[in-house]
Design a protein around this ligand. Structure first.
Ligand code: FDP
Length: 391
């Protein structure tokens, strides 16, 4: 019985190579087709490979051209990104490098410092110090604003930051983040009357850090999670960059972020709800009735990032025990509020816009509620209604 010829490759109309096979029949070789396919898809792959997203460095250069007034922020953004990469690496290796656990010290707010709180504070401080652009630096981990009498601290900017927010989650490998805000100093921080002593000058520096969030010229956060994401605003919307491990650079993955008008998630630590005011209790009840879901990580950067991307509302309100809530105005609430507003959202205490609050203290706490405009407006309406009832 004659052997049956194997199934001939189906031609798609491409030019064919003819050859004889072991059965002596003419067969159509797949080679030209494959070559065409390879050429076509190879080219697509090549184009895709070349069509890389813009790096943070390229974006910074583009901003310098488009918004020259922001050009002097470039070194600070670059330094923050570099510190972010270093911190991401420390966080990722915390378990293997024995960097989990407590440092054995307590910060000015009475919180036990983690080893990484202390280390990341130094990383960020050193990175920002090297820019020569900072006059003063305020950090969650510093008792007072840092205005060392050093050449490096002679710039015109003030930075406030929380180097590793959510660090209580660290030992369980849950998302953490770095938050920062940048303001201009009214005048050179360390200059002053010739006869002014150091403490007077430092007082002047301190006073300059106590600016409302409305004065921010840049703010952002770096999220250390399943990916490392740098969300940034320099006053022209919000851009999100992901750290591409293949090239070790932040690349633009979330251009012009807009928080959805409305979301389906509310995010509060409901364990505190018995101590909330009745308005907030009513609001959360109404959200449940509307079918909203609850998500709460307990790590500000993770919770705000989810709210920015998916919409909904996040809050750490005041309650009977802690009337001002837990979050710090200068380096937590204000930078997050700035980003939220730049993305079209709202950030409020429930009674006042966060960005309008003038800090009295570097580590001052404020109630904080932010998110999709429609969702936050619903809460504000209930607050306004209750105030009107009270006359
Ligand atoms: P952490 O104490 O881990 O640093 O700012 C502090 C913070 O975390 C925020 O990141 C987080 O949103 C909040 O505390 C969580 O507080 P609760 O544990 O009271 O919910």
């Amino acid at each position: 019985m004659a052997k049956q010829a194997p199934h001939a490759f189906v031609s798609l109309g491409a030019p064919k190579l003819r050859s004889t096979n072991i059965w002596g029949r003419v067969s159509v070789s797949v080679l030209p087709l494959e070559t065409r396919h390879q050429r076509r898809f190879g080219a697509v792959r090549l184009r895709a490979a070349l069509d890389l997203p813009m790096t943070l460095g390229q974006w910074v250069l583009q901003q310098e051209r488009q918004h020259p007034e922001t050009a002097d922020l470039a070194p600070l953004i670059t330094a923050t990104a570099t510190a972010g990469k270093q911190i991401a690496s420390l966080v990722a290796r915390a378990g293997v490098s024995n960097l989990t656990g407590l440092q054995g010290s307590v910060n000015v707010q009475g919180e036990e410092q983690k080893k990484l709180d202390v280390l990341t504070n130094e990383v960020l401080k050193n990175a920002l110090r090297s820019t020569g652009k900072l006059g003063v630096l305020a950090s969650e981990e510093e008792n007072e604003p840092v205005s060392l009498m050093e050449e490096a601290y002679t710039g015109d900017f003030i930075a406030a930051f929380d180097p590793l927010d959510g660090s209580s989650n660290l030992d369980a490998a849950i998302a953490t983040g770095t938050i920062f805000g940048v303001m201009r100093s009214g005048e050179h921080c360390l200059t002053g009357p010739e006869d002014a002593d150091i403490s007077q000058r430092q007082m002047q520096c301190l006073v300059q850090t106590l600016q409302p969030g409305a004065n921010l010229v840049a703010a952002g956060y770096i999220l250390y999670s399943s990916s490392v994401i740098f969300m940034l605003s320099i006053g022209h919307g919000v851009q999100g960059f992901s750290l591409d491990p293949a090239i070790g650079e932040f690349v633009l993955t979330h251009p012009d972020v807009r928080v959805p008008e409305r979301g389906k998630i509310y995010s509060f630590n409901e364990a505190n709800s018995d101590n909330w005011d009745p308005v907030l209790q009513e609001y959360i009840r109404s959200m449940k009735k509307k079918g909203y879901s609850s998500r709460y990580i307990g790590s500000l950067v993770g919770d705000v990032h989810r709210t920015l991307i998916y919409g909904g509302v996040f809050g750490y309100p005041g309650d009977k025990k802690n009337p001002n809530g837990k979050l710090r105005l200068l380096y937590e609430c204000a930078p997050m509020a700035y980003l939220m507003e730049q993305a079209g959202g709202i950030a409020t205490t429930g009674k006042q816009r966060i960005l309008d609050i003038v800090p009295r203290d570097v580590h001052q706490r404020e109630p904080f509620i932010c998110g999709s405009p429609r969702d936050v407006e619903d809460l504000l309406k209930i607050y306004q209604g209750s105030m009107a009832m009270r006359g």
